[in-house]
Write a protein that binds this ligand. Structure first.
Ligand code: A4P
Ligand code: MG
Length: 186
């Protein structure tokens, strides 16, 4: 079976998010019949939705080449979330780790268990900016060119962190430098 490129959205806002994201990347790097090819820079982002007062998130997007089926990949992502203490208490509540399957090749699917592309991908700056960093020419099937989605994305508070683009071994500097990423790339 030929491998497929899948994009994974990574988010954490509990229990040392930098540690959670690093650990998630290590988990992604060891998935069977898969290869972690790149991880975006990391972003500090204000929470979108969910209960008020929750901490800011650390978000990134990773790309995998995989021959896992979409369902097997989703199950593997959920196993990584569970291994990192993910508790599902309320919708969009704070979490140690969220791994969303954003895209699986050009597959579309409309099943509540697995919707592809991820149904809210196009509304979220915390997904679109890191995705643009690693795949600027991408067209999201059914939604349009990434550059267009970025231009139309609602304004959200996100800051790109100055971290080398090295999956697994990255260590965020302390204190986190704040480098506003103000305008969508043209
Ligand atoms: N599911 C369906 N399609 C997918 C997919 N493509 N990838 C199902 C992953 N899961 C998918 O997910 C709920 C259900 O969605 C699962 O049972 C799965 O079978 P979940 O991870 O348990 O819960 P969730 O992540 O809270 O749900 P949801 O609806 O995916 O949330 P979103 O839309 O991902 O939003 N703000 C900031 N700044 N940064 C964030 O990372 N994340 C969220 C979560 C809200 N606000 C945020 C952030
Ligand atoms: Mg999720």
């Amino acid at each position: 079976m030929p491998s497929v490129r899948a994009y994974i959205g990574i988010g954490s806002n509990l229990h040392d998010p930098a540690h959670q994201v690093r650990r998630a990347l290590q988990g992604l790097a060891t998935l069977p019949v898969s290869r972690l090819t790149v991880c975006s820079p990391w972003y500090r982002t204000a929470p979108v939705g969910g209960p008020s007062g929750q901490p800011d998130y650390l978000n990134a997007v990773a790309a995998l080449e995989t021959t896992l089926t979409p369902d097997a990949l989703l199950a593997a992502l959920q196993a990584l979330e569970n291994a990192q203490g993910r508790i599902r208490a309320e919708r969009w509540g704070p979490r140690t780790l969220d791994l969303d399957l954003l895209l699986y090749g050009s597959i579309t699917r409309n099943d509540p268990r697995l919707t592809l592309p991820h149904p809210r991908l196009h509304q979220r700056a915390f997904v679109l900016y890191p995705l643009y960093d690693i795949a600027p020419d991408l067209t999201i099937i059914g939604q349009g060119k990434l550059t267009m989605l970025l231009r139309n994305c609602p304004s959200q508070s996100i800051v790109r962190l100055d971290i080398a683009n090295e999956p697994v071994t990255i260590t965020p500097p302390k204190p986190l430098p704040m480098k506003p990423y103000l305008n969508p790339p043209s």
